[in-house]
Write a protein that binds this ligand. Structure first.
Ligand code: ARG
Length: 263
């Protein structure tokens, strides 16, 4: 996780961002600390990536790369405003002993668009990550990668429209996906929890689950009730300031997986 020390909204690269809206950076930091503390209380260990001045979106650590099965893959960002984050995260992954950091050719925004579900990776495309990188990620990780096309600009990264609950279960907002992608998801995950428009519109799907506890926004009561009914334990947090940049719980969290462990 990267603290939002330098968080602000000064440019607009997704529909959530409005540079005329004021951001309370101190509040963002307090809210982020609650998220960090929530993970610690659940027994996770959290590493902090040093924030870089001038890179306000660096708080969205999920975009910094993909680490799975002992393979660390660097991100390459679409927008010039975020491009320097690629090197910053790659340097951090090397210094954390996760390297050698691999690269793929084409734009890829890390765990924003690559979500590990058990022994499979679901991969988004349409707004940020180039589809050509999906195949390369499959080669590097040895895991099958399923490409899913996103069609709604509000849900520009896969992790804004789909959340991984455990090795076999996902939750998603079907309307964010192309008709083909909707068919693929329905086939692969017939028991998935389907979120509605209101759940998606507060980035309710942008969640982190350990298979039981689901850390998510506290602003999606409908989705939280569905998750409870499905046997999960939703834990709500308030990340209202970071929502102004178009990100939520999952965006702030790059999950590190040990070799041989995919989830
Ligand atoms: N402002 C950032 C962007 O548009 C938000 C990234 C959110 N991260 C995520 N994993 N969806 O790139």
């Amino acid at each position: 996780m990267t603290p939002p020390t330098h968080f602000e909204v000064t440019y607009r690269i997704n529909p959530w961002m409005d540079p005329t809206v004021e951001v309370d950076t101190a509040l963002a930091l307090r809210q982020w600390n609650v998220l960090r503390e929530t993970y610690v209380q659940l027994g996770h260990s959290v590493s902090e990536v040093p924030p870089v001045p001038g890179l306000p979106d660096m708080v969205y650590a999920a975009n910094g790369g993909l680490v799975v099965g002992g393979v660390a893959i660097a991100a390459a960002f679409r927008h010039p405003q975020r491009q320097p984050e690629g090197a910053a995260y790659a340097a951090w992954m090397n210094s954390a002993g996760l390297g050698p950091v691999r690269t793929v050719s084409g734009i890829n925004e890390g765990e924003g668009d690559f979500l590990v579900v058990g022994d499979r990776i679901l991969a988004g495309t349409g707004f940020r990550t180039d589809q050509q990188t999906h195949r390369q990620v499959a080669q590097l990780t040895g895991l099958p990668v399923v490409s899913l096309e996103l069609v709604d600009p509000r849900y520009y990264h896969l992790d804004t429209a789909l959340g991984v609950l455990d090795d076999d279960t996902i939750t998603y907002f079907p309307d964010a996906f192309s008709a083909d992608a909707q068919r693929v998801l329905a086939d692969l995950y017939p028991t998935a929890v389907r979120a509605n428009d209101a759940d998606a519109a507060v980035l309710g799907l942008n969640l982190v689950s350990d298979g039981v506890n689901v850390v998510m926004t506290d602003a999606a009561p409908h989705l939280a009730a569905l998750l409870t009914a499905a046997g999960f334990n939703p834990i709500g947090v308030d990340l209202s300031e970071l929502l102004k940049g178009g990100g939520g719980v999952k965006c702030c969290t790059l999950e590190l997986r040990k070799a041989g462990v995919t989830s």
